[in-house]
Design a protein around this ligand. Sequence first.
Ligand code: ZN
Length: 189
Amino acid sequence: MNNPLDLEHVIASTREILAQLLVVSADEIDEHSSIVEDLGADSLDIVDLSFQLGRQYGCTLPKTSVLDHAVAVCGDAGEFLANGRITDSGKALLEQSLSAYTPEQLQAGMQPAQVFAATTVRNWANQCRNLFNYLPANCPDCGAHQAVLNDRQQVVCGACSARLVPADGDEVSRQLVEQFVATHVQETV
Ligand SMILES: [Zn+2]
């Protein structure tokens, strides 16, 4: 099914959730603000953000980082990390992840903690929005093909209005790593 979610709307929701969590005005939160470095969110705030975004839109965001999925898929992170720092492949993998890091955001040589600290409001919104690229092929209730937004901006079936739930965030994240490894890594072996 199609993804009807609008990134700008998800960015606005992410800013509102963060404003409540961090007790600041949403106006003070730019989409390019880094959640940890600029806004000072701690790990509990981030767990809360993930939970609340998922609850609002009806999805489960990944709990495990992309690089940890890469370790799980490959058995080690050798292709993506060297001496604890991301490689060019690691950077490319992160750019193709749900969070859709831009080429300017990351450099080879960053530590995973620096990547985490540089993650922006927009990355979080992308992660949520892009997860809805992984809706079921048909509505589980009526079999229709079209997804739409209801008046609360939730993703529902265009025919029967049932809420539509995308695949689990960690499942998708792992699949994206597997695809990346299949298409990129073997070319260089
Ligand atoms: Zn339906």
